[in-house]
Design a protein. Structure first.
Length: 308
């Protein structure tokens, strides 16, 4: 029994972490800094964004993610800076990252090409209180299994091209591929989880249909070694420069219903609900995602409407 429980713990510290190494949000199209560091400063003012995602509601230990981003161009229009802080909980695992962003932008008459680099640290830990041990005298710690908390450096890179009505970008995340968790059992056998590099490609455009309606299709592709490619196709409409309504199809067999309201010129609130159509459909009540974004007017004119 002890060997079985030890094996289960080792499996959880590797497979859970690999499956959700890099959290992906349904509302990525409203703030792409979580995917591509080249996006930093593209709103042309100081912008703050916070997202909370609860995935697979009603499944015990399902992923819960909080992400905060802050980014802005500097007085030098070629340079933008940003900062990301996120925490991702999956079962007993808690993954936290803090990343700083530097972007250099090449300016064209009606567009920009941005090269972004993120660098920072990530930490992974096991929350022992999340384990439900059935036998009072048998715990993972008593079995001699040790899981070492690690703080590791990491880096991301992205290229992002954009204009008022079009964008395209490519990026790579977790470039250093460091070990994130180290587990040693009572006889000295060691296993570890290693971060895998994730590659992304994205594009989107805005097509005004009349004075009050704008159609915006977008696409996000994700590639990681030893996993099937993932594609996210989105179609959204903007009504009266106030209300975004749209839907996405994800090749994991999921549909996301998405809306965003421009409460004021500088305040936006978004919500998305994911419906899963795979084997998980019978075990969960979907996934919820709430987002709040705010632009700070620090002497710069807020451009309206903003499509990206």
């Amino acid at each position: 029994m002890k060997k079985l429980l030890t094996a289960l713990l080792l499996l959880m510290t590797t497979s859970f972490l690999f499956a959700q190494q890099d959290a992906l949000f349904s509302q990525y199209m409203f703030n792409k800094l979580a995917v591509n560091p080249g996006y930093a400063g593209s709103r042309e003012l100081l912008s703050a964004d916070m997202i909370y995602r609860h995935q697979w509601v009603n499944i015990e230990g399902a992923p819960k993610t909080v992400s905060f981003a802050l980014h802005s161009p500097l007085n030098n229009p070629h340079i933008a800076l940003g900062f990301n802080l996120s925490n991702d909980k999956i079962g007993p695992l808690s993954n936290t990252s803090a990343m700083a962003t530097f972007a250099y932008r090449i300016l064209f008459p009606k567009s920009k090409l941005s090269f972004g680099l993120q660098a920072g640290v990530k930490s992974s830990d096991v929350l022992w209180s999340k384990f439900n041990v059935k036998d009072a005298g048998e715990s993972f710690i008593e079995m001699g299994n040790q899981v070492e908390k690690k703080v590791i450096p990491d880096a991301n890179f992205g290229i992002y091209y954009y204009s008022d009505r079009f964008y395209a970008g490519v990026s790579a995340r977790q470039l250093l591929q460091n070990q994130s968790l180290l587990s040693t059992d009572q006889v000295g056998n060691t296993q570890f989880s290693k971060l895998a590099t994730h590659f992304f490609a994205m594009t989107g455009a805005a097509f005004p249909l009349n004075d009050n309606v704008v159609f915006r299709p977008s696409l996000l592709a994700k590639f990681v070694n030893n996993a099937p490619p993932q594609l996210d196709l989105n179609a959204s409409f903007l009504f009266a420069n106030t209300l975004w309504v749209g839907a996405s199809y994800r090749t994991e067999k999921a549909i996301a219903l998405i809306t965003e309201v421009n409460i004021a010129q500088n305040l936006r609130i978004g919500y998305s609900y994911d419906i899963w159509m795979n084997e998980l459909q019978s075990f969960n009540n979907g996934s919820h995602e709430i987002r709040i974004s705010f632009d700070f007017n620090v002497g710069k004119r807020i451009l309206t409407p903003r499509y990206f």
